[in-house]
Write a new protein. Structure first.
Length: 225
């Protein structure tokens, strides 16, 4: 059957000029061409995404309940990697702003975000968390955050010591697990959280890049834009 169909197509093209053959091919096979191109592009994007996800990130920042609709709405991470001359091709900097959680709601979106957040904490995927106070309270019980006095540079700790947020952690007593972002201009922008909101910042205890997390906080506290 296939051989007969091929033979029939050859017969139709006999005696036609090159341009006529091209026009015939395009008329009958353009759908196949577009389908093939689409498949190739989709496969390339998939392979690229897999390869990118397999690379060890330089930093992974999670913004919970932020105003961001797109990563293009902020230059925070881009400015950070430029300031540190990080090769993002080898070690991409990642930001997740898709988590939205409510303290008084158990809707599907909030539940899904809570589950995703727990997964991040249990796998050590996240390094830095920016979130509401109630989230710090809820997960500090699980020993989810590091003692900032241990990991921050002395000069950075001095800058935020009046903004520290302490939580009771089993076996460790009351420790500074986060700090308020009051006057941290790089965080308090309309695109991130808005001028009236003041999220807290914490370093995840399970993070594999705590030095990078501490350096990111150092960047946030640096003067400048």
């Amino acid at each position: 059957m296939i051989r007969d169909e091929v033979k029939e197509q050859h017969q139709k093209l006999e005696g036609k000029t090159f341009n006529e053959k091209v026009q015939y091919f395009w008329y009958y096979y353009k759908v196949h061409v577009f389908a093939t191109l689409f498949a190739v592009i989709a496969l390339s994007l998939f392979i690229s995404a897999v390869l990118k996800d397999s690379k060890e990130p330089s930093i992974y920042v999670v913004l919970i309940n932020s105003n961001l609709a797109s990563e293009q709405d902020t230059t925070l991470l881009r400015d950070y990697v430029i300031s540190r001359e990080i090769d993002t091709e080898e070690h991409p900097a990642k930001m997740d702003f898709t988590l939205h959680m409510s303290s008084d709601s158990v809707d599907d979106a909030s539940m899904a975000s809570s589950q995703k957040y727990m997964s991040m904490l249990s796998t050590g995927k996240a390094d830095i968390i920016l979130c509401d106070k109630w989230i710090i309270d809820e997960y500090a019980i699980l020993d989810a955050y590091e003692n900032l006095e241990t990991y921050l540079k002395p000069e950075d700790y001095e800058k935020i010591k009046d903004k520290l947020y302490y939580c009771e952690v089993n076996g460790k007593g009351k420790i500074p697990v986060a700090f308020y972002t009051t006057n941290v201009d790089k965080v308090l922008t309309d695109s991130l959280y808005g001028k009236k909101e003041c999220p807290l910042i914490a370093i995840c205890r399970t993070s594999k890049r705590k030095e990078a997390a501490a350096d990111f906080i150092h960047y946030l506290l640096e003067p400048g834009k």
